[in-house]
Design a binder for this molecule. Structure first.
Ligand code: HEC
Ligand code: HEC
Ligand code: HEC
Ligand code: HEC
Length: 380
């Protein structure tokens, strides 16, 4: 997603929406500061810039130099990441403390590259209203992981042994740069799309534990209790994290008897939207819906990330859990057994968030399965 950070059509869409709302002048370099530091540095992304006409290097988004020119990271993001880049010496900074001399560029090792500070400049967004809006780094910092010395790289940069560069020495600990998260490229021909998708699937399969409690037997005509607990026991920050106001993690619950569905929650309307207040077809049509998504407000009204002054947090912090209780009325005669299924699902953003402007991409939004649990219940 780093290579995608600037040309990402969703980013383009939302940036234009925010621009239209607050004015290009006022927005300034807010979005590009993190999505293309190279654009800001080179002056290629002035106020009101057009994405299509910038230099190809800028289109590379968070390219190698966006990280490897960092002599030291900024102490804090505070909305617009401040970078301490060394653009003059031609040196590349990194984590190898004994870099081999080569004829391409000088290299220097700094301790920052192996710790979470390397990610801080962009992954801790506090907006101009002082609202901590996308704060993966802070979530991590105030979690036990920071104390245990488990850094971002430990989970997001798999190690391998080999050569860091053609002709370089054999090294024991090198780092993959896939940076899998929860999101995938939606545009055609993005390199390694299949691999990217697999890596996200794998990460999300290993992010939480879902515990479901359902009795073995129930009385016909009574209420079937379902208790579902989502425990964030494997993720180094909140889940979802960062842009939690668009990320959707939710519980899908189905109770059926033979071919008859007796109950369902967490399903889509015909537009593909969950039936909360954002559903155009069936607003609030799923009153039991359990959705872990945040919401941004300004003066109590829905707002964007630039203008918001408060946030209702829907995510689950590290080592915390959230429990949902369902109480499902059963018919007097549902058959001798009923089947239950609880799934925890995830998607990077909902159709309604891109319907106006990028509707052609709606069918490509992936839905990932994080966990599921099935159980047959005897009806007495
Ligand atoms: C402080 C740095 C920072 C600023 C400022 C910032 N972003 Fe981001 N943005 C990020 C990071 C880091 C992520 C990745 C977080 C994640 O995936 O959970 C991200 C993710 C996104 C995504 C989700 C990508 C996707 O395809 O799902 C969009 C869209 C986006 N940003 C648009 C914007 C827009 C528009 C602005 C300006 C209004 C903006 N960002 C300002 C750092 C920033
Ligand atoms: C988002 C930031 C980021 C980007 C973009 C990035 N790197 Fe890295 N890179 C790192 C970090 C962090 C490490 C060190 C990881 C550690 O030691 O835990 C690293 C390590 C390295 C190393 C040392 C060997 C190793 O694998 O540890 C090389 C070489 C390297 N990167 C080259 C590149 C090249 C080439 C690109 C562009 C194709 C690139 N990097 C893009 C953050 C980045
Ligand atoms: C203990 C392992 C672990 C550590 C440490 C960790 N992550 Fe993650 N990260 C995950 C898992 C698992 C996911 C997928 C679940 C999720 O979205 O939270 C993830 C997802 C993400 C996402 C996408 C979040 C979203 O919902 O859009 C970003 C961005 C991210 N991590 C950045 C970071 C940064 C930056 C750090 C360090 C401050 C970090 N991670 C530390 C495991 C980890
Ligand atoms: C120069 C700014 C910058 C730095 C430094 C940076 N990132 Fe990112 N990162 C971004 C942006 C912007 C995105 C979102 C790209 C998009 O989807 O539009 C992102 C996306 C990601 C994602 C994918 C999130 C998803 O939802 O799939 C992960 C994982 C991630 N970063 C981890 C890291 C880690 C770990 C580090 C530190 C080694 C780091 N990043 C350093 C700007 C940065």
């Amino acid at each position: 997603m780093h290579a995608y950070a600037f040309m990402d059509p969703i980013n383009t869409l939302w940036m234009e929406q925010v621009r239209a709302e607050v004015g290009a002048e006022k927005l300034g370099a807010f979005c590009v500061q993190c999505h293309s530091p190279i654009g800001v540095l080179t002056g290629e992304t002035p106020v009101g810039f057009d994405k299509e006409t910038v230099d190809p290097l800028v289109k590379e988004g968070i390219t190698c130099d966006a990280c490897h020119l960092m002599k030291e990271p900024s102490p804090t993001a505070q909305g617009e990441a401040q970078f301490h880049y060394d653009v003059r010496s031609g040196k590349k900074y990194g984590s190898i403390m004994d870099p081999a001399p080569n004829s391409f560029h000088e290299s220097e090792g700094t301790v920052y590259f192996s710790i979470s500070n390397a990610c801080l400049p962009c992954h801790d967004l506090v907006n101009h209203q002082g609202l901590p809006a996308e704060i993966t780094y802070s979530e991590w910092l105030y979690s036990p992981y920071a104390g245990m010395g488990v850094e971002c790289q430990d989970c997001h940069m798999e190690t391998y042994s080999g050569q860091a560069a053609v002709g370089g020495p054999q090294r024991e600990f090198l780092h993959r740069h896939d940076f899998a998260g929860v999101d995938i490229a939606l545009t055609d021909n993005f390199p390694n799309m299949d691999v990217q998708r697999q890596k996200v699937e794998q990460l999300l399969r290993n992010a939480v534990t879902l515990e479901v409690e359902i009795p073995d037997a129930v009385q016909a005509g009574s209420l079937l209790p379902i208790k579902a607990t989502v425990i964030n026991d494997k993720t180094g920050h909140d889940i979802p994290s960062s842009v939690t106001f668009v990320r959707q993690m939710w519980l899908e619950v189905t109770v059926s008897s033979g071919a008859d569905t007796l109950y369902k929650s967490g399903y889509f309307d015909a537009n593909g939207d969950l039936m909360d207040e954002h559903s155009a077809l069936n607003p609030n049509g799923d009153p039991d819906l359990v959705l872990f998504q945040s919401a941004l407000f300004k003066n109590g009204q829905p707002a964007n990330v630039f203008t918001a002054d408060s946030i209702r947090i829907g995510s689950i912090a590290p080592f915390q859990s959230k429990t949902a209780l369902y109480s499902i009325p059963l018919p007097a005669n549902p058959g001798s057994t009923i089947e239950t299924r609880v799934r925890l699902r995830f998607r990077p953003f909902p159709p309604y968030s891109i319907r106006d402007g990028a509707s052609e991409l709606i069918d490509r939004i992936p839905v990932f399965e994080m966990a599921e649990s099935e159980k047959s219940v005897i009806v007495l």
